[in-house]
Unconditional design. Sequence first.
Length: 262
Amino acid sequence: MTDFLNYEQDGHIVTLTMNDPERRNPLTGNTAVPEFLAAIDRIHADHSVRAVILTGAGSAFSSGGNVRDMGRYSELPAMELRREYRLGIQKLPLALFNLEVPVIAAVNGHAIGAGLDLACMCDIRVAAEEAKFAESFVKLGIIPGDGGAWLLPRIIGLSRATELTLTGQTIDARQAVEWNLVSRVVPREQLMPTARAIAEQIAANPPHAVRLAKRLLREALHSRLDTLLEMSAAFQVMSHQTADHHEAVAAFVEKRTPVFKG
């Protein structure tokens, strides 16, 4: 039996590949969520990891919720279904949000419903030219139950997020980059090399600075300026005391390439 999520590490970079291409990499009705949570715990525990790439096998990034599995939802007691959401799919955005290591979504194909929201849980999104995006919950008579209503407006703005959510329309990669949903669109054969190049640029920097900078960016989404400045001061004090900061300063003065050990 093939695991849903393949975990591969090459140097300081981990690649996570959703591996159910025949069903277009759904996130429910399978072991996707516990496997994601286990992979995130593994990354947390491994301080050699400095960047993560997330992609899908086959023609789709992720089709989101398994529609064939949704029939049973109406048969469950309301509180039992609520508990299933809270202990299932809703753990994923919290886990990815709190992961200090940057995550790059390499969107190789359709990212639909919870699949789009999964891409939005990542820090950087790069798309293949064939990629399509839809916040399509309304088409099934449901709402974004996995945090999409919080994530999407913060990435593309409230008006465009509302348009995508209430129409359920599908947009292509060209429109996605125009709306800042993704930062780059590249030919399919260049998708993973591009994501890898970004990951390598990140991994080349002092890992403590990368992790703390990501944390500040995440906190800035819901913090006041004065609160964020206090956190920034604390993080900066910590950073100034690290060996990697001392190495960066010494390398700059000596005009050589720094070597960061983390």
